[in-house]
Design a binder for this molecule. Structure first.
Ligand SMILES: NC(=O)c1ccc[n+]([C@@H]2O[C@H](COP(=O)([O-])OP(=O)(O)OC[C@H]3O[C@@H](n4cnc5c(N)ncnc54)[C@H](OP(=O)(O)O)[C@@H]3O)[C@@H](O)[C@H]2O)c1
Length: 273
């Protein structure tokens, strides 16, 4: 049974651990390092995992090390661990905007490193994560990482690191696009006379229903949209109004803004400037 260390026991670590324990991982194989006592106590109580305030103790003998601290402290945390991490261990960073080149530089050597970009629905096990591995990650390590992220949703490997910025624009920031849409639908529903609670329930169930149809159908999203749009009907009128305002162009602009911000953050947290 391989030992897995989490450095940082906050929201992301907690949701990964919860998902992993529900999917065949054992509490005895997990150790979490976190400076705050309160979070350590609550992780011990909720999951029965070992905790420590000392990052070096957590990584000793670990085969997989998940760096789950904020991007701002990643450099200091990684550099401090150099020498304590087994040479053949796999390091996974979930920090948004921290580049592989920096992690490699901080950790030194030929460490196997995966850069992962999870998203907030991981909290409810409907996460979508993008993964990118450096050349030192072997197939067995890739499978163990897939098992960890599949425990909190789905995951996909991307072919080059730059594509992690595209993952950020699609799934990393994506939940907020849907919340924004749902917020607007709920508000307009109320303006059209529905009680607040009714507008909310109908909006949420509609989002869920559309996602379920997209998952279970063999049709692609464009075909599904056409299928529910009868010519001359109410949906056709609504879709035409969206298209007049170039909805796809709005998404293009918004998602490019997310990519640009991801690039700016990467250079903010980088040592390589
Ligand atoms: N939350 C998400 O949905 C999400 C999505 C994608 C990516 N991420 C990434 O996941 C990472 C963690 O995010 P989060 O939301 O889990 O943040 P968080 O809840 O603030 O967790 C970070 C944890 O790191 C601990 N920490 C601070 N300094 C440390 C050190 N020197 N050594 C060990 N632990 C230390 C903090 O402990 P104390 O609070 O006790 O100081 C805190 O518990 C970030 O890099 C973020 O970009 C998160």
């Amino acid at each position: 049974m391989s030992k897995i260390a989490f450095i940082g026991g906050g929201n992301m670590a907690s949701c990964m651990i919860g998902g992993m324990l529900a999917n065949g991982f054992q509490a005895q194989q997990i150790c979490v390092a976190n400076p705050g006592q309160e979070k350590r106590d609550s992780l011990e109580q909720a999951y029965g995992v070992a905790t420590t305030p000392d990052n070096h103790i957590a990584v000793a003998g670990a085969e997989v090390i998940v760096l789950a601290v904020k991007p701002q402290v990643m450099g200091a945390v990684a550099q401090e661990l150099t020498g304590s991490i087994d040479a053949d261990a796999l390091v996974v960073s979930v920090a948004a905007g921290v580049q592989l080149a920096d992690l490699q530089h901080w950790l030194g050597g030929d460490q196997a490193i995966v850069r992962a970009m999870p998203n907030t629905p991981s909290m409810v096990r409907y996460g979508a994560a993008g993964l990118f591995a450096n050349n030192h990650v072997n197939t067995i390590q890739k499978h163990s990482i897939e098992a960890m992220f599949n425990a909190i949703g789905i995951c996909c490997w991307v072919e080059n690191e730059a594509l992690i910025d595209a993952v950020i624009a699609v799934s990393g920031s994506g939940p907020a696009y849907f919340f924004l849409m749902m917020e607007a639908m709920q508000r307009v529903g109320q303006e059209l006379g529905l009680p607040e609670e009714t507008a909310l329930q109908l909006t949420i169930q509609t989002a869920l229903g559309a996602a379920q149809m997209a998952i279970s159908s063999e049709l692609d999203t464009s075909q599904l949209r056409r299928q529910v749009t009868s010519p001359g009907g109410t949906t056709a009128a609504a879709i035409a109004a969206f298209q007049e305002r170039d909805i796809e162009g709005s998404f293009r602009q918004a998602m490019q803004a997310a990519v640009n911000r991801a690039r700016a953050m990467a250079s903010e947290f980088s040592d390589q400037n």
